[in-house]
Design a binder for this molecule. Sequence first.
Ligand code: ADP
Length: 502
Amino acid sequence: MPQYVAAIDQGTTSTRCMIFDHSGRVVSVDQKEHEQIFPKAGWVEHDPMEVWTNTRQVAAGALAKADLSTGDIVAVGITNQRETSVVWDKNTGEPVYNAIVWQDTRTDKIVQELGALGGGQERYRSKVGLPLATYFSGPKIRWILDNVEGAREKAEAGDLLFGNMDTWVLWNMTGGTDGGVHVTDPTNASRTMLMDLDTLQWDSGIAADMGIPMSMLPEIRSSSEIYGNVREKGALAGVPISGILGDQQAATFGQACLSPGEAKNTYGTGNFVLLNTGTEKVMSQNGLLTTVCYKIGSDAAVYALEGSIAVTGSLVQWLRDNLGMITTASEIEEHARSVEDNGGAYFVPAFSGLFAPYWRSDARGAIVGLTRYVNKGHLARAVLEATAFQTREVIDAMNADSGVALTSLKVDGGMVVNELLMQFQADILGVPVIRPVVAETTALGAAYAAGLAVDFWKGEDDIRNNWAQDKEWDPQMDESTRESQYANWKKAVTKTFDWVED
Ligand code: ADP
């Protein structure tokens, strides 16, 4: 009988369960969106209980759709939106507050205060590979402990647990209050600002700086080993959970970027370019992050340079949900095709400040270059082009940091169905853009991590052999047009700086 691996993909907008066969093809998918909670400008929350309920439903749904039973599944992997932080009571299983999402900027003041202790934005970089920014988990935990009544006392008494979404899902799947496993992997831990990149352990000094009791933090294990078995009575009962990778690292793994110098870009809510740098960690001089790419069992950790862009696909959502300019995301391509170019308009979506390579929390979104000539089609183009320009900035930084120019870019994620965007991306980068057959690389990467731990896949060659190209876009734009458009973009970016004052 054929066997399969399941992956839970706990994403920013939805939770999915995907089932893969041995060749890495998708056998079935079930997916459920959860509510995006915006209590104030700059705040973004999710209800952890809703996410957990959805996780159970999609696991059952994916099995049912493929007409499979639990006995057909050899392992489960978990991948997740990174940095998003949950704090819950280990005795009741109840979160003490909603999950604070990675895009949330409420920790701005905490971040400034930590920087003011000395070293500014670079205070922890040499240990954790990250600049001080609202993006990461540590300051979010601190905010919960400072602002939720009674939370600090409970945390100090050892009653509260912290987890990113991987840990929250794992703890619940393995029994919750009845013996739930409180574990994470180094890819997720490397996004908290609390993990030492060399030892792959929590740094007690940074935790003390942020006022976070060490007892809240999960144990850091590898990305591929058996953490426990599903204790639920429902779908997947008894199946080992044996892989955890943060979503972007999972996509890198699923894209078979397994050798130093290989890179991928995922186009989802935001964009995330990761370059595998092997077992050497490269410290960025150009605004990128140094992060753990994966750690398979007892093998040495592999590191990556990462360019994180906060707003790309979510700008398309914004056009749909906040402006009502389109009714579905795919409609944007029709509008963009109604015109030849952007008509001089540039849209810098600095909704959460700017992430890589700028790390400016004082920036806010702007549309510049407007004239009476600009119409809906031009704006649709400017929206799509924003994704490609932001990617170019990150790739330029990567080329500068690594000293080697990228020769092609593997792409995946929800936006890569947009052919106009893919062509413009190749044009503005000046290198080919390549889409694989299986675009669900995030879930696939988590499935690989889980399947390797139970010998369903034997090693990295299986992953390389399963990767297959679907389509390639080659650059068609002449050099002078490319560079003048890019220069305009860079100028547009400067117009968003210094908007938020304190
Ligand atoms: P995530 O995993 O971050 O939730 P996905 O990889 O599922 O995101 O991608 C969804 C994003 O892709 C959404 O932000 C949506 O606006 C965008 N998107 C989906 N289809 C298109 C399209 N045809 N053109 C442009 N953007 C799209």
